[in-house]
Design a protein around this ligand. Structure first.
Ligand code: FE2
Ligand code: FE2
Length: 154
């Protein structure tokens, strides 16, 4: 399931870097830029885990949580602006992800001393990215691309 956005930059290591490929772009630059930044932060965290610097997770994970929250707000504002019919449903989806951030923060505090916690942290981060970007955001892609093309300049 994860293979479409995983790219193996380091064949000698057991885990892959995450990258958003063309088919998972929303084609709305503000959203794609946010998603790229989320991927960057996730890769910073997984690099720290891989390089034996898992103690850095406790400082890096709040960056992810904070930026995710800002991203959800920007995305919701854009959906509301264009009167996306399922905007409220998507907002509820984000609320669910925000709950998962608590799990992620708890894991980040244990990651330095627990390899299972570090591994679980990596899995949860990739899962949240997949859940937001692929399973849910793609649902509004065509609507939003069309709405932005028609009225986005204003
Ligand atoms: Fe979303
Ligand atoms: Fe998103």
């Amino acid at each position: 399931m994860f293979s479409p956005i995983l790219k193996n930059n380091k064949p000698t290591e057991s885990f892959d870097m995450v990258e958003i490929t063309q088919s998972f772009k929303i084609e709305v630059e503000a959203i794609d830029a946010d998603h790229r930044r989320l991927v960057e932060i996730i890769n910073e965290i997984t690099d720290a885990i891989d390089d034996g610097r898992a103690e850095e997770c406790v400082a890096l994970v709040p960056n992810f949580v904070e930026f995710s929250q800002q991203h959800f707000e920007r995305e919701e504002a854009l959906l509301t602006k264009h009167a996306y019919p399922l905007a409220e449903k998507h907002r509820q989806h984000h609320v669910g992800l925000t709950d998962k951030m608590k799990t992620i923060q708890a894991l980040s505090e244990r990651a330095a001393h627990s390899q299972p916690a570090a591994d679980a942290l990596r899995k949860e981060l990739v899962f949240i990215l997949m859940d937001d970007v692929i399973n849910e955001d793609l649902a509004f892609k065509s609507f939003l691309v069309k709405a932005e093309a028609e009225g986005g300049a204003g």
